[in-house]
Design a protein around this ligand. Sequence first.
Ligand SMILES: [Fe+2]
Ligand SMILES: [Fe+2]
Length: 231
Amino acid sequence: MATRTQGRTSNRSSSGRSSSSTRGSSERSSSENRSKSSSSGNSSGRSAFSWGDGAGPIIAAALGGAAIGFAANYGRKFLLQGMEAAAGDWDEILMAEHEMALAIFDKMLATDKTQSFKRKMLLMKLTHALDKHAHQEEMVVYPALREANETTDADTLEGEHGYIKTYIYELNEMGPESPNWLETVREFRALVSRHAHMEEEEVFPRFKQSLSEEQNARVTSLVNRDGFWMA
Ligand SMILES: [Fe+2]
Ligand SMILES: [Fe+2]
């Protein structure tokens, strides 16, 4: 899409350049006259498709807005991941995220079927939190586990992430007013809680014990980097 637009823009400007450089001056002046007469009231003689003088500030404002949005997004990412990094090592960051996700589940379980908007918002928040969390584990921790010959645990945990996504899919499909919504959220929470316990009490401590200080710092840095992009 962008390429097509760029292509169109560059064709336009290059054809403009060639017309002024190859045509004689008489041809040029007649073309300018045509342009003047066809664009009524346009004293600059520009075509209807050229950027007007007034477009500069609009483009500058748009670019400024994009830059502010870009900076704000980076600020938000630094803030979020900075707060998480303060939690400590990779396993402590991930444990803090488990707590955050379980707290969202508790808010969901405290709703009733008249609060469909709140239910939708909480499900969106939970989806984002679990998505970011799973990405950090699947892109850093589970591959590191496999490299340390903990393949069975890594595969079991990654398989459970698939069922976590299945619950999100089901909740979206049934909608917040479904009579099964609360029951499904309750089952979903139980799966996440069981999964988090396996990580926190069995897999992560054993793996952390096997890491040198340097390897541990490396995993923490990679989890933080991945979390920053996913925040
Ligand atoms: Fe996990
Ligand atoms: Fe986890």
